[in-house]
Write a protein that binds this ligand. Structure first.
Ligand code: SAH
Length: 355
């Protein structure tokens, strides 16, 4: 296949510099459509790939919330960007505890990558559940909804604006000779309603907002909850969070278009605002650490260790530490958890009330 870099250069040569959003979008589509990027041999690892405990605890969370919703039947269980399908497989296994839930569940996976869709099919073949795939959330049938999105929103493109003496100018990707470079649109945007300090970078996640709005509309019309877990912060904040990972190491996002995983940090405040505007109740923000501890990850690790070999016990402890440790060594406080529910669901497990 022709390298995406050639295609991107051609577009810029013909049409002029493109927005960061369009660049990210071209890169991400190519990247996910052409490989399974997860795991030790890939470019990055996610929580469900680190340990089965992650998906199992999310399964328990779903059971409790479903109880709190009055046990609707059927219930649409939706995952956005399911990767290898590991989280969903672990979640469904944990749902054995509640046969009524299993009878009510309709599984829907929203996935654009044909490669990962195949992978999900293989992972879930033995789950005992029929699975429906959709390219967009809009295609999932309406009705009571439980949704999970882990490391999904960070994989969606954003526009970037930089504060200059002229005002907010959109950041672009252009060409210098044969090399891709960042630049700025000459004309300033309409004021973005934000204070302006020269050099500040504002990220605008249009697609995340659209998806969150669609999700919120569905929850507001019906009942249910969505759980969003990602590398992110409670905004507003200003900074360039665009980064690219290849083989677990940071690389220049412009160096090999479509060959590295490009991500941004998620602004949870913006997602919560979209949900509140549709009349939903946000819960959290919490850290992944507090969330998993509250759901009982330590007890789950102990019970797994009872049936484990010494080597497996070490692996369980290592996974527990990676998922919950604070600071740069773990995912414990870098990753955050936000839930949004229909009004009336006053509390959800593992998350503080929204303040
Ligand atoms: N949730 C998984 C995988 C995270 S990687 C895990 O935790 O392991 C991001 C996932 O989102 C991949 O499955 C990717 O193919 C999918 N994806 C990226 N952009 C998408 C889009 N616009 N719509 C649907 N899925 C998308």
């Amino acid at each position: 296949m022709r390298p995406l870099g050639e295609h991107v250069r051609e577009i810029i040569a013909l049409e002029g510099p493109i927005t960061v959003e369009r660049y990210m979008s071209l890169c991400l589509r190519h990247y996910y459509a052409t490989r399974d990027p997860l795991g030790a041999d890939g470019d990055f690892t996610t929580a469900p790939e680190i340990s089965q405990m992650f998906g199992e605890l999310i399964g328990l969370w779903m059971l409790e919330v479903w109880n709190g919703m009055g046990r609707p039947h059927p219930i649409h269980l939706v995952e956005l960007g399911p990767g290898r399908g590991t989280l969903m497989a672990d979640l469904l296994r944990a749902s054995k505890l509640l046969p009524d839930f299993r009878a009510a569940v309709r599984v829907h996976l929203v996935e654009t990558s044909p490669v990962l869709q195949q992978r999900q099919q293989a992972t879930l073949a033995s789950s005992g559940f029929p699975v429906q795939w959709h390219a967009r959330l809009e295609d999932v049938p309406e009705g009571p909804l439980l949704l999970v999105a882990n490391e999904f929103f960070d994989a969606l493109p954003v526009r970037q604006f930089i504060a200059t003496e002229r005002g907010w100018c959109e950041r672009l990707v252009g060409l210098e000779g044969d090399r891709l470079i960042f630049g700025l649109r000459a004309e300033a945007e309409e004021p973005l309603g934000m204070p302006l300090r020269i050099g500040d970078v504002l990220e605008w996640p249009s697609l995340s907002i659209d998806i969150m709005r669609e999700l919120s509309r569905r929850l507001a019309r019906g009942t249910g909850a969505a759980l969003v877990i990602d590398y992110g912060y409670w905004g507003p904040a200003f900074g360039d969070t665009l980064q690219a990972l290849r083989k677990h190491a940071r690389v220049d996002p412009l160096a090999e278009p479509g060959e590295a995983d490009v991500t941004v940090h998620v602004d949870f405040h913006r997602l919560a605002q979209v949900a509140s505007a549709q009349g939903l109740q946000p819960h959290g923000l919490g850290t992944q650490r507090d969330f998993l501890l509250a759901l009982g990850i330590e007890a789950r690790a102990s019970s797994l260790k009872k049936r484990a070999t010494p080597a497996q016990s070490v692996a369980i402890d290592t996974a527990l530490a990676r998922l919950t440790e604070r600071g740069d060594t773990g995912m414990g406080d870098l990753f955050k958890v936000l839930a949004v529910t229909h009004k009336g669901l006053e509390a959800v497990p593992g998350l503080p009330p929204h303040s």
